[in-house]
Ligand binder design. Structure first.
Ligand code: PLP
Length: 406
């Protein structure tokens, strides 16, 4: 059955709305109905944009930055992005190799729209950020999902990549640090994938590194192109300020890649959104050129919350999780809860049902692994306060203790 209304184009096919946005909407609706909710769905920092960035945006407005900008993004912002790529990643990009989008999401969507022909395949390692496969489908491509086992740290291995590549493969999507698992690829792991890609020059790589600044416990973010410089001519680096600078609502992301691909993405922007907001672009330039302390502070804060969430979840019988190296999510196995019976008499058969049970019984909202392409898991975001983490885990513990064993 099609989930789309009759008026929808066939292009939409069976594409689903974003599961994370849907979970957030559910939590918001329950809250609005007066229910106390502990929300572990949050995919954004829970603190405001640093003051110096807000000020730069406000100043831009006061100084008349209230008009359309170049569709690729202002020269000032693209120059700031080029400086960032040089400073943080030792990569050299010219401004015509950089495009600014309304969030990284628009860059990714437009890259697929600009390049996919009907039936072209996109390799998406699972668990994946919910939007990749849907964006591929909407743009006429075929997602080729490759399961990455928990035993492999949820990472794509070279042999699995080799096996998944076909003559129709247009893109490989590689997201490190990863949403939803927090997996961070090492230089060695990236080089092993690079060796495979060397043998298949028709495959392009979308390297989504939007969580690059959030790595913990000695883990190091390695940019795909630092491990594999030869892939530069067929890689689109995707990044943005939503997570690093708590700027989700400003909607600024960017891509850096070969000029021809960037030009094709810009063409779509000229015919769709025209450009990202002028003041938001000025704020983003100030963020990239400004002090980095707020980013470092955020990373340390997330690290202590990660440690607390792991400690608490690990103490709940039936829940199992490894410590993630990056991003702000824990992808916990709930295999140990399947087959148990809720006080209502319902037997829990899937992670989706476990998520529903925790929501109804404990007022705790987390997102089922099924939505991310791997079951039976739940994704918990630790972009929330320590006290919410504690209260949420108390509620989960209590709800789990009310389950009858198999
Ligand atoms: N990529 C990943 C892996 C994400 O998790 C997200 C947001 O959740 C995005 C891209 C999009 O970020 P934005 O469009 O806010 O820049």
């Amino acid at each position: 059955m099609s989930r789309q209304p009759d008026i929808a184009a066939t292009r939409l096919g069976a594409a689903k709305p974003s599961a994370s946005m849907a979970a957030k909407a559910r939590a918001d609706a329950m809250r609005a109905a007066g229910r106390h909710i502990i929300d572990f769905t949050i995919g954004e920092p829970d603190f405001p944009t640093p003051a110096h960035i807000v000020e730069a945006g406000a100043n831009a407005l006061k100084h008349g930055h209230t008009r359309y900008t170049a569709s690729a993004g202002t020269v000032e912002l693209r120059a700031a992005i080029a400086r960032k790529l040089k400073r943080d990643n030792q990569l050299h990009y010219k401004t015509n190799e950089i495009v600014v989008g309304c969030g990284a999401k628009q860059v990714i969507f437009n890259a697929f729209m600009a390049t996919l022909n009907q039936g072209d395949e996109v390799i998406v390692p699972a668990p994946y950020w919910v939007s990749y496969p849907e964006m591929v489908l909407i743009n006429g491509g075929t997602p080729r999902i490759v399961n990455c086992d928990a035993r492999d740290g949820f990472k794509l291995r070279a042999a699995a990549l080799e096996h998944a590549i076909t003559p129709r493969t247009k893109w490989l999507v590689l997201n490190s640090p990863n949403n939803p698992t927090g997996a961070v690829y090492s230089a060695t792991e990236l080089r092993a994938l690079g060796d495979v890609l060397d043998r298949h020059p028709h495959v392009h790589i979308m390297a989504d590194e939007i969580y690059e600044h959030f790595v913990y416990g000695g883990a190091k973010h390695v940019c795909l192109l630092n491990a594999n410089p030869a892939l530069r001519s067929r890689t689109l680096l995707v990044n943005g300020l939503s997570k690093s600078h708590a700027m989700t609502g400003w909607r600024i992301g960017y891509g850096a890649g070969p000029a021809g691909l960037v030009q094709a993405i810009v063409l779509l922007i000229t015919q769709s959104t025209t450009c990202a907001g002028a003041a938001a672009q000025a704020a983003a330039a100030a963020a990239l050129d400004g002090p980095t302390q707020s980013v470092t502070d955020a990373a340390r804060m997330f690290e202590s919350r990660r440690n607390r969430l792991i400690e608490r979840l690990s103490g709940i019988e039936g829940v199992h999780c490894e410590t993630p190296d990056g991003a702000f999510y824990v992808f916990a196995s709930v295999a140990g809860l399947l087959g148990r019976q809720a006080p209502t008499g319902k037997w829990l058969q899937s992670d989706t049902e476990v998520a529903e049970y925790l929501c109804e019984e404990g007022g705790v909202v987390a997102i089922d692994g099924t939505s991310y392409g791997l079951s039976p898991f739940l994704r918990f975001s630790f972009a929330t306060s320590m006290s919410e983490i504690d209260r949420g885990c108390d509620a989960i513990e209590a709800a789990v203790s009310r389950l009858k064993p198999r």
